[in-house]
Design a protein around this ligand. Structure first.
Ligand SMILES: *Cc1c(COP(=O)(O)O)cnc(C)c1O
Length: 344
């Protein structure tokens, strides 16, 4: 299978050259363990520069741990966390956030295109205020969302207003944060702490690393003793430099942003190709690196028979995700095959 036959997810892609290069550089000599090495210092400093913030930075192995542990740090076990009904924390983390927090309940809200609205949040917060119900404490937002859409700066600020009214903290699941920055053409600061985000989980894995997510606490008080929480959860890498050095590769010369711009551009090309096809519709606006297409089951089966890899997602849509390694040539062939399979 050629590597770019797959559009299943951006975590099917390999390691991007910049990350690979820094992995090799970190391997030329021994270094201190558990993050006490110069690579980890450099990666954290570069993240602080990139976000124009003196934030606290931690590295963990994967996104489920990043979300679960950071949410646990933001609330007590009797608190609750408001998320969208399609949120990864609700649908794809096997109860990780509840487990890590000793029981903080997820309260499920809604809104079009995978995005929580201020109204939905307010409804959840005001529905019950009695002692028998877990007290809302955190809002978690996914940027870009599970359906490939984006929260604008204005939308984030409107949610921050509700958060301020009710004393809530804001967590951001940034599994595809880079794609959001690239698509919105804003600075990382503008759609995080400047828009009221307290904690960000920033994925390196989906951007081009082998492994590794950064957790950024813009609200530094929330990071108190967080390293112990990571260690207890088995998320303190002993050879940390092999997570952090590749992060340096992503951050140097903005490789992370270029990877995301490339993935978004490939998704835009796929969208454009699909828009030329009669009777084939998108399920959600294409705003970042994922394209959701309404394809009958038979068409999906035919595409799989032709070797294409993709998920059937949310309500039966075919989800195609582009990554740093996607190529325009293969996208054009995919469009041709979607046309052929749909016409059959
Ligand atoms: C991929 C993803 C994660 C992280 O998943 P892991 O498999 O635990 O690394 C978190 N949130 C969203 C929205 C994702 O797509």
């Amino acid at each position: 299978m050629p590597h770019d036959e797959q559009f299943a997810s951006d975590n099917y892609a390999g390691i991007c050259p910049e990350a690979w290069d820094f992995m090799a550089r970190a391997n030329t000599q021994d270094a201190s363990a558990y993050g006490e090495d110069p690579w980890t210092q450099m990666a954290a400093d570069r993240l602080r520069e990139t976000f124009e913030s003196d934030c606290e930075v931690f590295f963990v192995f994967n996104g489920t741990a990043a979300n679960s542990l950071s949410l646990a740090a933001m609330c007590q076990s009797f608190h609750s966390v408001i998320c969208h009904e399609l949120a990864h924390v609700e649908t794809d983390e096997c109860g990780g956030p509840e487990y890590a927090s000793n029981g903080s309940k997820l309260l499920v809200g809604d809104g079009p295109n995978g995005k929580l609205t201020p109204e939905s949040i307010e409804r959840l917060v005001t529905r019950r205020t009695d002692i028998h119900y877990p007290k809302p404490r955190v809002i978690t937002l996914t940027q870009s969302t599970e359906v490939g859409t984006l929260y604008t700066v204005e939308e984030l600020k409107a949610i921050r207003e509700v958060a301020d009214r009710y004393g809530l903290r804001i967590h951001m699941d940034g599994a595809r944060f880079a794609n959001a920055v690239a698509a919105l053409d804003v600075s990382p600061a503008e759609i995080t702490w400047k828009a009221g985000v307290d904690v960000l989980c920033f994925s390196g894995t989906k951007n081009g690393l082998a492994v590794g997510e950064a957790i950024l606490f813009f609200n530094r008080q929330l990071a108190e003793d967080f390293e112990w929480r990571c260690k207890q959860a088995g998320q303190l890498a002993s050879k940390m430099r092999f997570i952090s050095a590749p992060w340096c590769g992503l951050l140097e010369n903005d490789a992370w942003l270029k990877n995301a711009q490339h993935a978004n551009a490939c998704a835009a090309r796929l969208e454009e190709g699909i828009r030329q096809l009669d009777g084939v519709e998108l399920c959600f606006p294409r705003q970042a690196n994922a394209v959701f297409v309404d394809l009958p089951e038979a068409v999906q089966t035919e595409l799989r028979a032709r070797g294409w890899h993709f998920y059937t997602f949310i309500g039966g849509a075919a989800r195609f995700v582009c990554s740093w390694s996607s190529t325009p040539e293969r996208i054009d062939e995919l469009v041709k095959d979607i046309a052929a399979a749909s016409a059959a």
